[in-house]
Design a binder for this molecule. Structure first.
Ligand code: CP
Ligand code: NVA
Length: 309
C-alpha cells in the first residue's frame, strides 16, 4: 500500500477502485491477526480535530493508532483557538509541524479542503456534511466479509440523501455494487455526487435514485439506513419525522428484500424512527460487526497513509 503513503482521504474518490479493494483486504487481514504493523523509530501521533460529537470514529481511530505503536491527541473544537476565530490556514500550518496525520470531523467540506491545502501530512475526513468515507470503508468490509464479494450485489440506502448516502454512492460504484437510494422528494442526494457515482460506475453497475421505497428494496442484498436528521439538523427533526416515516426499515420492508439480505446502519440509531428495534436486533442485522470494522478499516487506512505497510 506504499502508494497511499502521505495521501489525504477527503472523499472516497481520492482512492482508485484498486486501492479501495486493497484497503478492504488489508482491513480484513488486520482483523484476523493478533499482530499489527508497528511503527519503527519515532511513534506516529494522530490528531483528532472534531467539531461534532463522535463515539465510534473517535474511539476506533484512537485505538487503531495505539495498536500500531502510535498515540493520539484529541482536540474537541472548543478546546482549540479555532473556536475563537483563529483561521484554519494558520491552525493547519501549525498542526502540520507537530502531527503525523490528522482526522477532522466538521460541517463544511471546504474547511476540510483548506486543512488539506495547508498541510503536508495526510488529512482524513472523519465526517463532513458531504461525506463519511471512513464509515463506508467499514461498511464495504462488512459486506465483503458477509458475501465474499462486492461486485454484482445490490445495496439499497433508505432515508435522507445525506453524507452517508453520498459516500455509499461512491463506494458502491467503485466496487461494482448496484446502488439504489430511496429518499423523499426534497431529500435526494446531491445531483453532482450522483453524477460522480454514475461516471465511476460507467454503465457497469446501476446508480438509481428514487422516491419509491418498495421498488428500491425489491431483491436487494443489503439494506442501509441512517438518522433522518443529521448532526447540525436537530432543529429540523420534527419537520422531517412525518416526511420520513414511510422510509422506516421494518419487518414489512425486509420481506421485499432478498431473503438472505443483511441490514446495516452507521449508528447512532433511533429505534422506532429510521429502523425498528426488531430489525436492528434481528438475525439479518450486521450492525455490530459493522461498528467493529470501523477499527480494522481505519487501522488499514492509518498504516497505509503513514507508510507502515
Ligand atoms: N458512525 C459514526 O461515525 O459514529 P460516531 O458519530 O459515533 O463517530
Ligand atoms: N448522517 C449522520 C451520520 C452520523 C455518523 C450525521 O451526519 O449526523
Amino acid at each position: 500500500m506504499g502508494e497511499l503513503k502521505g495521501r489525504d482521504l477527503l472523499t472516497l474518490a481520492d482512492l482508485s477502485p484498486a486501492e479501495l479493494t486493497e484497503l478492504l483486504d488489508l482491513a480484513t487481514k488486520l482483523k484476523s491477526s493478533e499482530v499489527a504493523p508497528m511503527a519503527q523509530g519515532r511513534p506516529p501521533v494522530l490528531g483528532l480535530l472534531f467539531y461534532k460529537a463522535s463515539t465510534r470514529t473517535r474511539l476506533s481511530f484512537s485505538v487503531a493508532i495505539q495498536h500500531v505503536g502510535g498515540s493520539v491527541i484529541d482536540m474537541p473544537l472548543n478546546a482549540t483557538q479555532v473556536s475563537r476565530g483563529e483561521p484554519i490556514e494558520d491552525t493547519a500550518r501549525v498542526l502540520d509541524r507537530y502531527l503525523d496525520v490528522l482526522a477532522i470531523r466538521t460541517f463544511d467540506q471546504t474547511d476540510l479542503q483548506t486543512f488539506a491545502d495547508n498541510c503536508e501530512m495526510p488529512i482524513i475526513n472523519a465526517l463532513t456534511d458531504l461525506a463519511h468515507p471512513c464509515q463506508v470503508l467499514a461498511d464495504l468490509q462488512t459486506v465483503k466479509e458477509n458475501f465474499g464479494q462486492l461486485a454484482g450485489l445490490t445495496l439499497t440506502y433508505v432515508g435522507d440523501g445525506n453524507n452517508m448516502a453520498h459516500s455509499l454512492l461512491l463506494g458502491c460504484a467503485m466496487s461494482g455494487i448496484h446502488v439504489r437510494i430511496a429518499a423523499p422528494d426534497g431529500y435526494q442526494p446531491l445531483p453532482e455526487v450522483v453524477q460522480q457515482a454514475k461516471a465511476i460506475a460507467n454503465g457497469q453497475s446501476d446508480v438509481i435514485c428514487t422516491t419509491d421505497i418498495n421498488a428500491a428494496i425489491e431483491g436487494s442484498n443489503i439494506l442501509y439506513t441512517d438518522v433522518w436528521a443529521s448532526m447540525g439538523q436537530e432543529d429540523d427533526a420534527a419537520t422531517r419525522m412525518p416526511i420520513f416515516q414511510p422510509y422506516q426499515i421494518n419487518r414489512e420492508l425486509m420481506a421485499i428484500a432478498d431473503k438472505e439480505a443483511i441490514v446495516l446502519h452507521c449508528l447512532p440509531a433511533h429505534r422506532g424512527e429510521e429502523i425498528t428495534a426488531e430489525v436492528m436486533e434481528g438475525p439479518q442485522s450486521r450492525i455490530w460487526d459493522e461498528a467493529e470494522n470501523r477499527l480494522h478499516a481505519q487501522k488499514a487506512l492509518l498504516v497505509s497513509v503513514l507508510g507502515l505497510v
